[in-house]
Design a protein around this ligand. Structure first.
Ligand SMILES: [Fe+2]
Ligand SMILES: [Fe+2]
Length: 293
C-alpha cells in the first residue's frame, strides 16, 4: 500500500510538473497556500480533481509548508468548467424521478454540490492564515474527500450517459463563501454548520427515493457521503468553538446571532438530530433549531 501510494504521489507530481507553469511554481515553493490557490483556480474538472488529490497527498507527506510571501487575494469566482450554466435557483427545472433524465438531474445536483465543496474547502485553507496546523490538516482532508465524492457521483452519471455540466445549476454555495470570506468564525458557522449540515438532514430522504427507483449504486455512494459529511460538519463545529474561545464568545448565542444576521433567523427543517449531535451540535443548539424548523 505504502509503495503504491508513493508511486501515485510520484506520478501525480510528474503530472503537475508538466501540466502548467502555475503548478510548477506551486511545487517549487512548496506552499500549501499556493497549492490551495492552484486547486481553486483550476478550471477543468480533471485538473481540479487531480490537483486536489496531489496536493492532499503532498500535505500528508509533509511536503508542503504553511508559508506564503503574499496575503490571500480577495475572493472572486473559483475556476470551473464552462458548464454547468449557473442560474438562479428559481430557474432550475424540477424533473420527475421516474424518468432517467430526472434521476440524472438529481445525481447532477448533488455532484454540483460536491464540486463546489472542493472549492469551499480549498478556500478555507487558502484564505484563513495563522490558524493552528490542525486547521489546515482538517480542511485539506475535506477537500480531498469532496473530490472523492464528486468523482464517485460523476462516474455514476457517466454510467448512464450523462455528465457533470449537462444540467443547469445554482451558485448558492459559493455566494455563501463570498459572504463569509472576511472571517473564519463566520465561515465555520455558516458553511459547514449550515450548508453542509443541511446535507445531513436531507440525504437519508434522497437515499430512500433513489432506493425506491432501484438506483442502489447511488444509494451506496450517498452512504459514503453521509458518513464523511458528519466529519466535515464536526470539523466546522470544532473550529467554530475554537474561534469563539479565542475571542471569548459564547458559542451557542454566537451561532444564533449569526443565523439571525445571515439567514434572516430561519433555517429549514426537519433536522437530523442524531447526525447533527455526532457532528458537534449541542442539545441547546438543536432545541433552538427545532424551535424555528
Ligand atoms: Fe461531500
Ligand atoms: Fe462536505
Amino acid at each position: 500500500m505504502g509503495g503504491a501510494l508513493s508511486q501515485l504521489c510520484r506520478l501525480i507530481r510528474n503530472y503537475l510538473y508538466e501540466s502548467s507553469k502555475l503548478l510548477q511554481s506551486t511545487i517549487m515553493c512548496n506552499s500549501l497556500f499556493k497549492a490551495a490557490q492552484a486547486c481553486l483556480g483550476a478550471q477543468s474538472i480533471e485538473e481540479k480533481v487531480a490537483l486536489t488529490q496531489a496536493s492532499a497527498e503532498l500535505w500528508r507527506h509533509g511536503e508542503l509548508c504553511l508559508g506564503d510571501d503574499e496575503p490571500p487575494l480577495p475572493i472572486g469566482d473559483p475556476g470551473r468548467p464552462a458548464t454547468p450554466v449557473l442560474v438562479a435557483p428559481r430557474d432550475l427545472h424540477a424533473r420527475k424521478l421516474s424518468s432517467l433524465e430526472g434521476q440524472a438531474a438529481l445525481i447532477h445536483a448533488i455532484c454540483h454540490i460536491e464540486f463546489n465543496a472542493i472549492n469551499l474547502a480549498w478556500d478555507a485553507v487558502y484564505r484563513f492564515r495563522d490558524l493552528p496546523t490542525e486547521f489546515y490538516h482538517d480542511w485539506v482532508k475535506v477537500a480531498d474527500e469532496e473530490a472523492y465524492h464528486f468523482t464517485l457521483l460523476r462516474e455514476h452519471l457517466r454510467s448512464f450517459d450523462y455528465d457533470y455540466g449537462n444540467f443547469d445549476a445554482h451558485n448558492g454555495l459559493w455566494e455563501m463563501a463570498q459572504q463569509t470570506a472576511h472571517d473564519p468564525l463566520i465561515r465555520m458557522a455558516l458553511v459547514p454548520r449550515v450548508l453542509e449540515a443541511r446535507g445531513l438532514d436531507v440525504t437519508p430522504g434522497i437515499m430512500a427515493k433513489l432506493r425506491g427507483i432501484g438506483d442502489l449504486k447511488a444509494v451506496s455512494i450517498l452512504e459514503i457521503i453521509f458518513r464523511d459529511e458528519i466529519g466535515h460538519v464536526e470539523i466546522g463545529s470544532r473550529w467554530f468553538e475554537y474561534l469563539c474561545q479565542q475571542r471569548k464568545l459564547e458559542p451557542t448565542s454566537t451561532f444564533r446571532e449569526l443565523i439571525e444576521e445571515y439567514m434572516k433567523g430561519s433555517l429549514k427543517g426537519p433536522f437530523h438530530k442524531e447526525a447533527r449531535l455526532k457532528a458537534g451540535f449541542s442539545e441547546e443548539e438543536l432545541a433552538y433549531l427545532e424551535g424555528m424548523g
